[in-house]
Design a protein around this ligand. Structure first.
Ligand code: SF4
Length: 456
């Protein structure tokens, strides 16, 4: 069994959690639908966003240089990181130059991708995630299971236990208001002590050198306003050309992510505070290679709203951790094989190809088509496990020879009708483990058609 299927089975063993997660994510999808239906020009907005991103991807080198020039003239310090190691080193260097040891960080999938927390901790730096969901999973020593709702897999009783152990809250008290106040008090101390604040970047405006950070908790702003040094970390694809383009994306992002008309805080950072420092680190880490891939470059348009996860029937029923990648779900199934095709060959198969992901995507990434392309590429390169290769080769032989196909169909129908149910529903038949096979017909469709086709 492949790693995703194995981990999904473990997740599904806890039926209560699986049902609850499915319902929670579907509720977010429904909220998104209501918010979207209220905007009559929604499809025009999607088209516009997709075209803006297409323009950015086609002229990325120029826009990045324009952004750098504008940011430097605003007083920011711009750094370039080719890969995750270089990125982590740059952050460490800024921390060391400022003789800092305490850092707060708002949500950033890029820092997860580069393993920044572990890297800094190995140098004795205390780094605190300040988004509530991120802090919960940080205290549990887990990666996020969703890009917008990182702790969606946890019940509040589990958060209560965790807070009792780590933050000394009252045992058994799982009241959300009580737990949130405890987290706020705990984080307030971290903000006040922090010497450096790190944030992710949702958008970077080329014409003004501004970075835009969207949060619902205001934690990015708390960090940036209280610490003297601010570091903003962005992938090269976060660029948008003009300030005027921002409205297109902010209208799409929050509605797609959580069903809100706009995120509670949309902060534009342009220059350092008086006496402070503002650093912007622009990271490649494989994105240039991705850009050069004609089939998959479109997925660089992603604005990380998470809508494709909330709608995906496979993600909702298998849990984010089963994907074994920083970005799970449909978009993760496209992004992960770009870097690790062999290791992540199973992810494009964790999809029903229903196309719902592409329908909800606010920037029109053709997600299900890209997943399908991955399947073809992985199949051509024979990256499947040996057993799957043997089965597919056999299936190919059967499906391409009329006589063998007819014989196999007849035999299968006979087996399904006459062999003991225990044998048919054995461990080998994983498809049948979770569902009933349809009742086998007495004749094949071809035989039926021959008899009933009155025209010929
Ligand atoms: S691929 Fe589209 S729907 Fe999925 S996270 Fe990215 S922007 Fe959102």
């Amino acid at each position: 069994m492949n790693p995703h299927a194995k981990k999904a089975r473990q997740f599904l063993a806890d039926t209560e959690r699986a049902d609850w997660q499915d319902k929670a994510l579907w509720a977010v999808r429904q909220k998104r639908d209501l918010a979207v239906y209220a905007v009559k020009e929604w499809e025009e907005l999607r088209e516009q966003a997709s075209r803006i991103k297409e323009n950015v991807l086609s002229n990325l080198d120029n826009y990045l240089l324009q952004f750098e020039e504008a940011a430097i003239s605003n007083g920011a310090q711009v750094h370039w990181a080719f890969d995750a190691d270089r990125f982590n080193e740059i952050v460490l260097k800024i921390i060391n130059v400022n003789t800092a040891v305490k850092v707060v960080k708002s949500k950033s999938m890029l820092t997860e991708e580069c393993g920044l927390n572990h890297f800094l901790e190995s140098y004795g730096i205390e780094i605190t995630d300040t988004d509530l969901g991120e802090r919960i999973i940080q205290l549990r020593g887990e990666p996020p299971s969703h890009i917008v709702l990182p702790a969606i897999h946890l019940k509040r009783e589990e958060v209560s236990e965790l807070f009792h152990e780590k933050l000394q809250t009252e045992k058994g008290n799982s009241d959300p208001t009580y737990l949130t106040s405890a987290a706020r008090k705990h984080l307030r101390e971290k903000f006040l002590e922090a010497e450096i604040a790190i944030t992710g970047v949702n958008f970077a405006v080329a014409e003004t050198g501004t970075v835009v950070v969207c949060t619902n908790e205001g934690n990015a702003d708390m960090g940036v306003h209280s610490a003297p040094v601010q570091i903003h970390c962005m992938g090269i694809e976060k660029i948008i050309p003009r300030n005027i383009d921002l409205g297109v994306f902010t209208r799409l992002l929050a509605r797609s992510a959580t069903g809100q008309p706009i995120t509670t805080y949309t902060s534009l950072y342009r220059k350092p505070k008086p006496g402070g420092q503002m650093h912007i680190i622009i990271v490649d880490n494989g994105r240039s290679e991705h850009l050069g891939n004609p089939v998959h470059r479109n997925s660089l348009k992603c604005i990380r709203c998470g809508a494709c996860m909330n709608t995906c029937p496979v993600y909702r029923r298998s849990g984010g951790h089963s994907y074994g990648s920083i970005i799970p779900g449909p978009i993760g199934s496209i992004l992960s094989p770009i870097k690790e095709m062999k290791e992540k060959q199973d992810l494009p198969f964790a999809s029903s190809l229903c196309g719902s992901c592409s329908d909800v995507c606010p920037v029109k990434v053709d997600i299900h088509r890209q997943i399908y392309s991955w399947r073809q590429e992985i199949s051509e390169k024979k990256l499947f496990p040996v057993t799957k290769n043997i089965i597919l080769n056999l299936a190919g032989k059967v499906l391409s020879r009329n006589g063998i196909y007819n014989f196999t169909g007849k035999t299968a129908r006979w087996i399904l009708r006459n062999v003991s149910r225990k044998l048919v529903y054995s461990k080998i038949n994983t498809w049948g483990l979770g569902r009933e096979l349809p009742e086998p017909p007495r004749e094949s469709f071809k035989e039926w058609f021959k008899k009933n086709n009155k025209i010929n």
